[in-house]
Design a protein around this ligand. Structure first.
Ligand code: FMN
Length: 450
């Protein structure tokens, strides 16, 4: 169980899973280019030790595999989703401490967001440097309930930033409530947050539940919180950076463009303005960067979606697992079916579980739903296109205004073998393969065969 971001980095390092980059890299494009190439090849967590002009080292691609998230939460990878569903609804009070590592350096004036925070520019057309891995903590102005959510922050300069938020996201609702009273909404952007908080910030937790208490329950021990310096909020004591500030009422500025999780750009559009009131950090703070749509983003957004689907489909068939390979606008559900109707029921329930579930594939329990090749194999060999593909019209999925029209309707693919042909579709087995060690058979590569 890892309760801090740096604890997780050390744990990965101890397991030889964290790749260090000691060569200096440029925060404008080069850092993300290296990250992207790693994501497309070996997909390893990375620590950039020297980022040119940067006040901190940069960690990225940390939760790049479900297994790393499961391990950080002290859970088994193969039962991650049911374990999280079982823990849902639990809440554990957090603890408030007086002294905090994140307050080793406190700047309440004389700071500059364009100097005191690493200026990482992600994609070619991005509107400048962004905080891409900030968990935003806020309290509902009327109820005082805590919310945590991920929000990108465009770094303008001085105390001036722009933050991407809107209803129905809970932070957007909080801001609307504050704006109704013409009040600013106090916020704290946490960088290098506890892993359980990173997950609860990405999860759709009911608006009246306290996400700090949910994160405490998920990590099995109270979050260590400390009073922020300039806003009436508690922030994680062991975080790497906290940027305190307020979202101003009745003010919008053009934010963006930004390379989004669809691998295309969200164009520049009016968004909220956040005035920074303090920057606090550890002395040797490590800055966290997440590429929207990269493996780490897909794990953080995918696992909560898988849990939403799991809850809806579990009534219809025994479930091996739910996966979101490729992109989170669809899912694959692996089921142990005992009649053919179950696959269709699961498909419809998965589509209804979340608007984003645009393409749903149902496979048998002998198919790993996380393995894209296996899923395509099941579609190619087991689906009957004439009867096993369902297009459900007049249902929306992704709602961003500029692309909404392209996300109309849903598709379901039943890639399970028909019950009547079970025996014909039974997969081959290769006796001895599981116990076999290839090094006992293959000669080492010497390049001296000729
Ligand atoms: C790395 C990352 C960045 C995200 N950036 C944004 C963002 O800029 N704006 C937004 O509305 N949602 C963003 N999200 C999605 C929200 O965090 C997610 O919808 C969350 O469930 C919102 O929680 P809440 O409505 O329960 O508070 C991001 C998610 C991740 C993992």
């Amino acid at each position: 169980m890892q309760t801090t971001f740096r604890g997780l980095l050390k744990h990965l390092d101890d397991q030889r899973l964290l790749r260090h980059v000691s060569r200096p890299v440029d925060p404008t494009h080069q850092l993300v280019a290296v990250m992207r190439k790693v994501q497309k090849t070996t997909n390893e967590p990375l620590l950039f030790e020297h980022v040119t002009g940067s006040p901190a080292a940069v960690a990225t691609n940390i939760l790049c595999r479900r297994g790393i998230l499961a391990d950080a939460l002290g859970l088994e990878t193969r039962s991650l989703v049911p374990s999280l569903v079982a823990k849902e609804g639990q809440a554990m009070p957090y603890e408030t401490v007086a002294d905090a590592p994140v307050h080793e350096i406190v700047k309440t004036d004389g700071f500059d967001i364009a100097r005191d925070i690493p200026q990482v520019v992600h994609c070619e057309r991005d509107g400048g440097a962004y905080i891409s891995a900030g968990v935003c903590i806020a309290r509902h102005p009327d109820t005082g309930e805590y919310n945590a959510s991920w929000n990108r922050v465009q770094l303008v300069g001085g105390d001036h930033t722009r933050i991407r938020m809107m209803p129905p996201q809970h932070l957007g609702q909080y801001q609307e409530a504050a704006e109704r009273h013409s009040k600013a909404l106090p916020v704290a952007i946490v960088i290098g947050a506890p892993p359980a908080l990173m997950l609860s910030a990405a999860s759709k937790i009911p608006i009246d539940a306290d996400e700090l208490q949910v994160a405490s329950a998920w990590q099995g021990t109270p979050l260590r919180m400390v009073a922020a310096k300039t806003v009436p909020l508690l922030v994680p004591a062991d975080a790497e950076f906290v940027i305190e500030g307020e979202v101003l009422p009745d003010l919008r500025e053009v934010e963006g463009p930004f390379g989004e999780f669809t691998d295309a750009y969200a164009e520049a559009a009016p968004n909220h303005v956040m005035r920074v009131t303090a920057i606090t950090r550890r002395k040797d703070a490590i800055y966290h960067v997440i590429l929207a749509g990269g493996p780490e983003d897909s794990v953080l957004l995918g696992v909560p979606l898988q849990a939403e689907v799991y809850k809806r489909v579990a009534a219809f068939a025994p479930i091996r697992d739910v996966a979101t390979p490729g992109h989170i606008f669809g899912c694959v559900v692996s089921i142990e079916k005992s009649n053919d109707d179950q696959a269709r029921a699961v498909m419809l329930a998965a589509m209804a579980a979340h608007p984003w579930m645009k393409v749903v594939v149902v496979v048998d329990a002998d198919v790993d739903p996380h393995d894209t090749n296996e899923v395509l194999w099941a579609i190619h060999t087991r689906n009957t296109p004439e009867t096993g593909v369902y297009v459900i019209p007049r249902l929306g999925s992704f709602q961003r205004a500029d692309v909404r029209a392209a996300h109309r309707g849903k598709v379901g693919i039943d890639a399970t073998a028909p019950m009547a042909m079970r025996d014909v579709f039974k997969r081959r087995r290769f006796p001895g393969i599981d116990e076999l060690n290839l090094d006992d058979f293959l000669d080492p590569l010497t390049g001296s065969a000729h």
